[in-house]
Design a protein around this ligand. Sequence first.
Ligand code: I3S
Length: 126
Amino acid sequence: CHSPPKPPASPSEKCASLNVTKITENGKKLRKNWTSSWTVLQGTHLLFTKGQGGSTSWFSQSKPEITVDLRGGSAEWASKDKSSKKHVIEVKTRQGTELLIQSENDTLINDWYRVLQDVISTHAWE
Ligand code: I3S
């Protein structure tokens, strides 16, 4: 994560510009609103800020728009009926929020899929 003034990133920190939309909040269905979002995985939490043009956006300058706790949640490849886009991950939280995360870059999204699975399985019983 390219932000020199910040303290050193923890090993579990990861960031990328990804396309994101919430589809459910507290169990209630929402209208999709895909936005490019600077996405940070910080420990067991995923933080999203409004994208300001891909990887040049500076996370520490803007407050997260969405924060989700991955503990007790799930991350799976979204089925075709969830989106017509390619490479879509469906993230569900224990609190009943569902998000779709997408990137045209399949290497990048595969990497995120693997890391999300890893975080969720590591912290499954917390
Ligand atoms: O699941 P939907 O309703 O087909 O999702 C599409 C819509 O949200 C659409 O916006 P409006 O119909 O509200 O104008 C978006 O532009 C599409 O991107 C959504 O579908 P995809 O398949 O791209 O997730």
